[in-house]
Design a protein around this ligand. Structure first.
Ligand SMILES: *Cc1c(COP(=O)(O)O)cnc(C)c1O
Length: 431
């Protein structure tokens, strides 16, 4: 596999960029080798600077659900570019986007647009504290909610991969109000709530940042009841799952309604957009209606809104969710049969259009069991998949993302790559 130009750019990039990247997941640290540099992408394919072509299962970690440079979306962006890039004043696009988002999530009467998932979540936490007058929050081990101080504990993929137990530079005071519970374990939430002072529980309803972890339906139902009964807000971090698991996110798929919902990734269709929303009485706390301050120079950026609107419209029209389910089921079957044939212990977790394998005998239901995966096997598997034209997230603890631009032919190609990669894992490890 030719990677000379990537290696050259990596060497050059390291001088003035930290690790030659602007986000640590792109550093390929856990799979070894150098990060590949991308030149362009179209539809289901992505091309690196050495001219290697890959079927893209990273999809920019989710946003590119329609594939790259979808025709309708691109036309819309170009049209809006002509009007100017940002004004520091309101535009009609923000209203249309708000109407679409609130229509998709019945728990949202009002929404505030921001520039990233991190910003959406940190604002949602501030809002929950403002609304309840309480300070403590509960998060689940292995769930990632962006890189704000209070949430950078037991935070999944990036941190799991790098084995950092949190982060330097986060003062103890910043996380002293953050309590950790176990995913799929209602007792662990109850124990915290019993002590009182809890403003909110925040959850990735379908966990995607420790690999994919399916929620137990009963657990979600109990979590909703428990929080409601104790005047604790439930925050659904749907930055990954919003418009991806279903048009109405994990909440539609799992049949529950959160008090505050956070969005990001797909909602911007590839431009930096995040959002948080809730029913009126909660959102009316937010400035300028209320006293919870939160602002942004580029929030609701007109080009980003145009891209988001076009993406959501197209998603609604295509309604790809049943097809995603079928494709994911196919990939699960293929990975399992290839693993079995080669005598490899494998779990495949999936939910909607998110899927990934774990190299372990243990059923993966939470952060602890996710950690049982043999990451060395993943590393071998990953590079064989790359060599055979499949771009996967370079970490055991990231979800793969399906997109509407993937064709039957692409998926068959992926199947062949899986067979080759599983055999390579067996050749290396089953001696
Ligand atoms: C990606 C992600 C975030 C952070 O979003 P950024 O746009 O990277 O800041 C927060 N929560 C979840 C569940 C995510 O997947």
């Amino acid at each position: 596999m030719k990677l000379e130009k990537s290696i050259e750019l990596y060497t050059r990039g390291k001088r003035h960029l930290v690790g030659a990247v602007n986000s640590p997941v792109r550093a390929f640290k856990s799979v070894g080798g150098v990060p590949i540099f991308i030149e362009r992408a179209k539809g289901s394919k992505i091309y690196d600077v050495d001219g290697n072509e890959y079927i893209d299962f990273v999809l920019s970690y989710g946003p590119m659900i329609l594939g790259h440079r979808n025709g309708v979306v691109e036309k819309t962006i170009k049209k809006y570019m002509k009007n100017g890039y940002t004004f520091g004043a309101s535009t009609k696009g923000e209203i249309i986007m708000a109407e679409m988002v609130c229509d998709a999530f019945p728990g949202m009467d009002k929404v505030r647009f921001v520039n990233s998932g991190t910003e959406a979540v940190l604002s949602a936490i501030r809002l929950a504290r403002a609304y309840t007058g309480k300070n403590k929050i509960i998060k689940f081990a292995g769930c990632y909610h962006g890189h704000s101080d209070a949430l950078l504990v037991a935070a999944g993929s990036g941190l799991a991969t790098l084995s950092i137990p949190g982060s330097k530079g986060v003062p103890d005071e910043a996380v002293k109000n953050t309590l950790i519970a176990e995913f799929n374990n209602i007792k662990s939430v109850e124990n915290h709530i019993r002590k009182g002072g809890i403003a909110a529980v925040i959850i990735e309803p379908i966990a995607g940042n420790m690999g994919v972890i399916q929620p137990d339906k009963k657990f979600i139902k109990e979590l909703r009841e428990l929080t409601k009964d104790n005047d604790v807000l439930l925050i659904a971090d749907e930055v990954m799952t919003g418009f991806r698991s279903q048009y109405g996110g994990a909440q539609e798929l799992l049949g529950f309604e959160a008090d505050i919902t956070c969005l990001g990734k797909v909602v911007g269709g590839g431009f930096p957009v995040g959002a948080y929303g809730a029913r009126n009485e909660i959102m009316e706390m937010v400035s300028p209606l209320g006293d919870m301050y939160q602002a942004g120079t580029l929030s609701g950026n007109p080009i980003a809104m145009a891209c988001g609107i076009a993406t959501l419209k197209e998603l609604k029209k295509q309604n790809p969710y049943k097809d995603f389910e079928k494709t994911a089921a196919f990939l699960e079957r293929e990975m399992k049969s290839a693993a079995k044939k080669n005598g490899i212990d494998l779990q495949v977790n999936r939910f909607g259009s998110m899927i990934n394998p774990f190299f372990t005998k243990t059923r993966v239901v939470d952060f602890k069991t996710a950690q049982t995966s043999d990451t060395k096997k993943f590393k071998t598997f990953f590079w064989k998949m790359m060599e055979n034209g499949v771009f996967l997230p370079p970490s055991q603890f990231e979800s793969w993302f399906l997109g509407t631009a993937m064709t039957k032919r692409d998926i068959y190609k992926v199947r062949s790559a899986i067979q080759i990669a599983m055999k390579a894992v067996a050749d290396k490890f089953n001696k």
